[in-house]
Design a protein around this ligand. Structure first.
Ligand SMILES: C[S@@+](CC[C@H](N)C(=O)[O-])C[C@H]1O[C@@H](n2cnc3c(N)ncnc32)[C@H](O)[C@@H]1O
Length: 179
């Protein structure tokens, strides 16, 4: 399967359901100089939206964290290089200079960002691992990187596919009785 969204190429578009919410809660920031952090980049669907729609200010900056290793994906890509697809899609926005990739596991990237203490974010999107304990760890490590009044959001917060797919694993929302 290959979805083509205008000039961009996406094997899966997991992002479009977010658009009405992001338009409602984020677009008031579009002309401001903002910093955005996303955990989970895949082929760049959310990154392209951020660069195209949210970054009308040329000084805004996006950092995307992803190990870019296929074994972290739920859906196979048959060896297709999704880091390359991410880079190509970002390049097509013409805002490549506003995008930085941290190719690593989130805990490594988040530890580095906390240690360096050079940047805080207006918006943080947690969309890496959808297993509750991993999403919680990402959120805790990212919390200190959020500016006062900043927004943190989670993908698939109440998505329950893992309950049938992978018994005993949960979705991003922590449900206390499971632990
Ligand atoms: C749902 S995709 C991200 C989608 C992207 N935000 C978009 O809108 O297209 C999840 C990404 O997180 C990464 N990922 C999954 N599990 C991870 C884990 N345990 N640690 C780090 N990254 C992970 C994968 O490499 C994948 O690219």
């Amino acid at each position: 399967m290959q979805e083509t969204t205008g000039k961009y190429k996406f094997t899966y578009d997991w992002f479009k359901g977010n658009m009405p919410f992001w338009e409602k809660h984020l677009l008031h920031l579009k002309n401001e100089k903002i910093n955005v952090l996303e955990i989970g980049a895949f082929e760049g669907r959310s990154a392209v939206w951020i660069l195209e729609e949210l970054f009308k200010n040329p000084e805004s900056k996006l950092i995307s964290v992803d190990p870019f290793e296929e074994n972290f994906l739920d859906e196979g890509l048959n060896g297709k290089n999704y880091e390359l697809t991410f880079r190509e899609n970002v390049k097509k926005t013409g805002k490549e200079k506003q995008s930085e990739i941290m190719k690593s596991l989130p805990f490594e990237a988040l530890t580095k960002l906390n240690y360096e203490s050079k940047i805080k974010f207006d918006f943080i999107y947690i969309d890496g691992s959808h297993i509750a304990m991993n999403a919680l760890a990402d959120a805790v490590l990212a919390w200190n990187l959020l500016k006062d009044g900043g927004i943190m959001t989670f993908d698939d917060y109440e998505w329950d596919r893992y309950q049938t797919w992978r018994r005993n694993e949960t979705y991003p929302k922590l449900v206390s009785e499971r632990f």
